[in-house]
Design a binder for this molecule. Structure first.
Ligand code: G4P
Length: 529
């Protein structure tokens, strides 16, 4: 195996998907705890200011005030290098989450044992399914009364149309929860009561479920139930099939209690041994193999500076091939320019140091002044574009104005930043004073109002509009475009880059414009424009 192959093989880039409160934050903390990045554990939960204040360890963050630490958490365990990508939770659920899921090779789905599959889990699962992302399931909170494990497996299978196979089996539940039997490795792990701060031992190796050791370690009724349950579940569920898992049609299910550190080691081992290493990346011209020695990567997320006075931002780049070395220049395919990778942030949680080298599957944070956009490809000169990064047509359009008219300028700046981050589309009508904001889901308006108020100190009002949709307009012949723009001033706006956008009042209005101007192309999304 070459050095590059070796590095690629040991990488696991994944995200955790869950409904709020299922225990994603707790589990993240515990994974980091096991991964040796203990300093971080206990701090992941902090939000907003606390999180920002805490993460000032990284030079780039201090200089630029951008919090990147919590977006990617990298750690090592058992010789594997893990990159755990944070997906925003419920409050700021947005396109960001979808795009983050394009940058991972697998996902862990956390389910609350009492609640089963919830709305957000299902939505995020559907996004994973679009790309056949392999999923490992972790059923959490076994230390509380929850649903019967058989019912939970059945629910996953039925609601998600996914084959399930238990990787471990719980012994008891709630107050009677004793531990789990690891069905993949034949180990019995018992939960030590009151051991929240310490890591549980790997458990006791057994010679299968008939091992008399079990009778010594567990009460008789618990052993009998365990044996009976496992026999039954093995009859009901298919055996683990690595290929089906990697194809995204089967999920192995682990049980545990994140808050008690229980079942986390088994889950981590599961990700280490079952989850795929970085996969080939489709592009407009060919598939990039992760072991190629020329660097390629794509931008899946932009995070703007917390300080609106600066125009710096961080572009998160997922590497598709490498090795990338600090100080390299890369070719920015969209603009055809060489880009100096000024001090990219590469994550290496154990030492909390900037890494010198990165490979396929790794994430780099590249500070820039707005040149990098979501979906952009970087290479060492090859003209290819990574495909498959979803971009969404803004389907809901609302007017936004500051409650205090004197804050209009500040609002403009806030909207500019939000648009550049890719968190929403922002249009400035040629005629009229209000800004128009376009989003994909209604929840985003609330999130935006909240962000603009807290981050930019501009309380705002969103108001509905009679607008139906927005289309970016282009034409091969600049004269044709000019004629269209001149003739449609009342329905035109500019986006944050100053590109023209047609705001249609209804479907008929859009069709009519398209008929009248057959040489104008109406694009649903900016990325294609
Ligand atoms: P999230 O990121 O998915 O939203 O969930 P988070 O980890 O914040 O967990 C949500 C709540 O569930 C927290 O309680 C957390 O302590 C609890 N929790 C997580 N794992 C377990 C578990 O294995 N068993 C039990 N019983 N509870 C668990 P909270 O009261 O909201 O917060 P806190 O005061 O405990 O921090």
């Amino acid at each position: 195996m070459t050095a590059i192959e070796d590095e690629v093989q040991r990488r696991r880039t994944f995200a955790i998907i869950s409904h709020p409160d299922a225990g994603k934050t707790t589990l993240t903390e515990k994974l980091l705890l096991f991964g040796g990045a203990i300093q971080l554990a206990g701090a992941v939960k902090a939000r907003g200011e606390v999180r920002r204040a805490r993460s000032d360890w990284m030079k780039v963050e201090q200089e630029r005030g951008i919090s990147v630490a919590s977006s990617v958490m990298s750690y090592e365990y058992a010789g594997r290098a893990f990159n755990l990508l944070d997906t925003p939770g419920h409050e700021d659920f947005s396109e960001d989450t979808y795009r983050t899921l394009t940058a991972v090779d697998s996902a862990v789905m956390v389910i609350d044992a009492a609640k089963g599959i919830e709305e957000q889990t299902r939505k995020l699962f559907e996004v994973c399914r679009l790309r056949d992302v392999p999923i490992i399931t972790f059923i959490n909170k076994l230390d509380r009364e929850g649903q019967d494990p058989f019912d939970l497996l059945d629910e996953i299978e039925q609601t998600l149309a996914l084959d399930v196979t238990p990787a471990s089996w719980p012994i008891g539940m709630g107050r009677d929860f004793l531990g789990c039997y690891d069905l993949f490795n034949d180990r019995l792990a018992l939960m030590a009561k009151g051991a929240k701060g310490s890591l549980p031992t790997p458990g006791e190796r057994c010679e299968g479920l008939d091992d008399p050791k079990l009778d010594k370690m567990l009460p008789a009724d618990a052993v009998a139930k365990l044996r009976g349950d496992v026999e039954m579940v093995r009859g009901l569920c298919p055996a683990f099939d690595a290929e089906a898992y990697r194809a995204g049609t089967m999920t192995p299910v682990f049980f545990g209690s994140a808050v008690n550190n229980f079942g986390v080691r088994e889950l981590l081992e599961g990700v280490a041994h079952l989850a795929p290493s970085p996969r080939p990346q489709p592009t407009t011209t060919r598939d990039i193999q992760p072991t190629e020695d020329k660097v390629t990567g794509f931008v899946f997320k932009i995070q703007a500076n917390m300080d609106p006075k600066h125009r710096d931002r961080i572009a998160f780049v997922r590497l598709c091939s490498g090795p990338f070395r600090r100080g390299m220049k890369l070719f920015h395919v969209r603009t055809g320019k060489q880009m100096n990778m000024h001090n990219p942030v590469m994550f290496l949680a154990r030492e909390r140091e900037l890494a010198e080298e990165a490979f396929a599957g790794d994430i780099m944070g590249v500070p820039n002044h707005g040149q990098l956009r979501i979906g952009d490809t970087l290479s060492e000169g090859e003209n290819l574009r990574v495909t498959g990064i979803p971009s969404f047509a803004p389907e809901m359009l609302q007017k936004v104005r500051p409650k205090d008219p004197l804050r209009a300028k500040h609002l403009g700046r806030a909207l500019q930043q939000i648009a550049e981050e890719g968190a929403a589309r922002v249009f400035k009508p040629i005629m009229g004073a209000d800004w128009i904001v376009g989003v994909v889901g209604p929840l985003q308006f609330e999130v935006l109002a909240d962000r603009i108020r807290t981050e930019f100190d501009v309380p705002v009002l969103f108001e509905s509009t009679a607008l139906y949709t927005a289309r970016w307009v282009t034409a091969e012949d600049p004269l044709v475009l000019k004629k269209f723009l001149d003739g449609n001033q009342a329905s035109l706006a500019e986006d944050h880059d100053g590109d023209p956008v047609f705001l249609a009042r209804n479907a008929w209005h859009l069709d009519r414009a398209a008929e009248d101007f057959p040489l104008i192309v109406f694009h649903k999304t900016k990325e294609q424009a």
